[in-house]
Design a protein around this ligand. Structure first.
Ligand code: URA
Length: 219
């Protein structure tokens, strides 16, 4: 797997990441969602540099302009519900993409440290020979990303896979490294060192779903 950790370079992305982590700023749900969306746009722009391009000619009112456009048929797949703002950011740029949605949640067994990922709802187009972009804002243990990939297998074999995350934990990044084809790319805005005993990223930002959409009752 090819890792693209965008925190290695200073850019405007740092500001968006600081704002979603900051307890004072993240309380503003609209700003939180907008910042995640902006991060999706930046990650999508970086990812676009690795797509396959062919020559294209555009006719302007005054002449012809020769350029290149990508040929990839992109499928954006997000895990509900926390993935929605990041999905929107990617969709702002890849506006002709097809879309897939999956609901995956952590089912805690006897203790908070022990959980399995339950996949329930799944809507997905044909994936054969397409560019699959798996969108998960918080790459904590990596189990949701892998469970999603497994659930998508009956829909076909993508030509290439890109994983897009906002914040990851080092353990989660290591866990997924050998669970995807070798030519898979991970685009991530920040990687933190640890997970707590509930599987939350530390320092992280808290619960991305709750911060985007409000709290929920646990099943
Ligand atoms: N999901 C979140 O929203 N936050 C984490 O830290 C881990 C998973």
């Amino acid at each position: 797997m090819h890792l693209h950790d965008l925190s290695k370079q200073h850019s405007i992305l740092n500001k968006f990441i600081c704002e979603i982590r900051d307890v004072a700023i993240q309380k503003d749900r609209m700003r939180f969602r907008k910042n995640i969306e902006r991060i999706g746009e930046v990650l999508g722009y970086e990812m676009s540099k690795l797509l396959s391009y062919s020559p294209k000619q555009v006719i302007t009112p005054l002449g012809n302009f020769n350029t290149a456009d990508f040929d990839n048929t992109i499928v954006l797949c997000s895990i509900l519900r926390a993935g929605i703002p990041l999905h929107n950011g990617l969709l702002n740029y890849f506006d002709t993409a097809e879309n897939a949605f999956i609901s995956a949640y952590r089912h805690h067994k006897e203790n908070p440290e022990n959980f399995e990922i339950i996949v329930e709802y799944l809507a997905c187009p044909d994936l054969n020979n397409k560019t699959l972009v798996l969108v998960d804002p918080m790459l904590a243990t990596g189990q949701s990303m892998v469970a999603t990939f497994e659930a998508l297998k009956p829909f076909g074999s993508p030509k290439e896979i890109h994983l897009v995350s906002v914040i990851g934990a080092k353990d989660g990044v290591d866990f997924i490294a050998d669970k995807f084809p070798k030519n898979t790319h991970l685009w991530i805005a920040s990687i933190d060192q640890t997970l707590n005993n509930k599987g939350y990223i530390v320092p992280g930002l808290g619960d991305a779903g709750d911060l985007s959409f409000g709290g929920k009752l646990q099943k």
